[in-house]
Design a protein around this ligand. Structure first.
Ligand SMILES: Cc1cc2nc3c(=O)[nH]c(=O)nc-3n(C[C@H](O)[C@H](O)[C@H](O)COP(=O)(O)O)c2cc1C
Length: 378
């Protein structure tokens, strides 16, 4: 068994095991990928203050995110097509998160449906909603998430229009994948992935196909999403969605203090500082650079979460130091899943937990609740 010591090991293994079309879908950003890269690079610019000779016994990383208990301030981000990184991917990742004791967020664009994930897990998970033009479909989706016992709705606001990822266009990304000669040859070199896919019936968008009208043709994901996603989405929609949902609401995709104030006004329980992992507005700042301004603007009124570029426990610590109540990981768990299925997601969480615990101790802190900006050098 390959020795896995860091998230980069999982990424490399996933790259070998997952067909190129789906690996590229995860490991890419929009246009020049400058924001995608900045998300990771800007974390490394933040330096810690090392402290010594502090009692470091009995350390704790436990916290809550939007009222939910979490073994560490980390949740699984919603990602589309996760069941294409590995057969039954959403179910496997949800199980790993549940066992580890952190929140799992299921995407609208998942392969395994809400009901399917609920049937294969025993604790409530979070559901991420994209607003589409078909409001009947959205109403039913909200009701389905409620019926499945989801404990928070993560409402994504930064995908009214679609950023372009060159690789997805070149690879002709679709689910299930189109069987061109190039795709078949590439898949033939990924026998584990193929065996998994042959062993499951979950190969299309489980929340959508059979539930939304005129959705039989998913041959081009980007064409379908750009037709279906609603460019007219506004804060008025947030109001009726909040009312229909009636539970915890987390607003995702905030990069500006003014929008953060509007999120507070909307009555949401938390907001996520996010540029969609560098997949939407290329040229937007990194999430970690945007975080402090938003915490300063609204941090006393609303729980502020963040995602984008978290690749280690040290990054989690940096984000918490700058005022994030918790972070979400996208690619790191996808790499774990593509590399080793459920065990890979568990390994990803173990790595981040251990790095966070030890690094927090190096900064002279025993409890994640004590972490603040003072652990970073000015
Ligand atoms: C492959 C992939 C698919 C994604 N799909 C969704 C989605 O369906 N809904 C959503 O709100 N965000 C989606 N995102 C954005 C993530 O929720 C999250 O914001 C981002 O991945 C965080 O950055 P990181 O991957 O650097 O951790 C996706 C991200 C990736 C990488």
């Amino acid at each position: 068994m390959t020795l896995i010591t860091c998230i980069e090991d999982l990424r490399r293994l996933a790259q070998r095991r997952v067909p190129r079309m789906f690996y590229d879908y995860a490991d890419s950003g929009s246009w020049t990928e400058s924001t995608y890269r900045a998300n990771e690079e800007d974390f490394r610019k933040l330096k810690f203050r090392q402290r010594v000779a502090v009692d470091l016994n009995r350390r704790s990383l436990r916290t809550t995110m939007a009222g939910q208990e979490a073994a560490m301030p980390v949740a699984i981000a919603p990602t589309g097509l996760t069941g294409m990184q590995h057969a039954d991917g959403e179910i496997l990742a949800a199980r790993a998160a549940e066992k580890f004791g952190i929140p799992f967020t299921l995407s609208t664009m998942s392969i395994c449906s809400i009901e399917d994930v609920a049937a294969h897990t025993s604790k409530p998970f979070w559901f991420q909603l994209y607003v589409m033009k078909d409001r009947d479909f959205i109403n039913r989706l909200i009701d389905r998430a409620k019926a499945a016992g989801c404990s928070a709705l993560v409402l994504t606001l930064d995908l009214q229009v679609l950023g372009q990822r060159h690789k997805d266009l070149r690879n002709g990304l679709s689910a299930p994948p189109r069987l061109t000669i190039a795709n078949l040859l590439n898949m033939a070199s990924k026998p584990r992935w193929c065996m998994g896919m042959l062993g499951t019936s979950r190969r299309q968008f489980g929340n959508i196909v059979g539930h939304a009208q005129s959705v039989s043709d998913m041959s081009s994901l980007s064409a379908w999403t750009s037709q279906q996603f609603d460019p007219s989405l506004s804060w008025n929609d947030v109001a009726w969605i909040k009312q229909r949902w009636g539970g915890k609401l987390i607003i995702k995709g905030i990069m500006d203090a003014e929008d953060a104030r509007l999120a507070v006004d909307s009555g949401a329980d938390a907001l996520i500082v996010s540029n969609h992992g560098g997949r939407q507005l290329d040229g937007a700042p990194s999430s970690i650079a945007a975080l402090p301004g938003i915490v300063d603007a609204v941090g006393k009124q609303i729980e502020v979460h963040m995602d984008g570029g978290v690749r280690s426990g040290q990054d989690v610590l940096r984000a918490v130091a700058l005022g994030a109540r918790g972070v979400y990981i996208g690619r790191p768990f996808l790499y774990g899943l593509g590399a080793l299925g459920e065990a890979g997601v568990t390994r990803c969480l173990e790595i981040i937990h251990n790095e966070l615990d030890i690094s927090m101790a190096f900064c002279g802190k025993r409890d994640i609740q004590q972490v603040s900006r003072e652990i970073l050098l000015p």
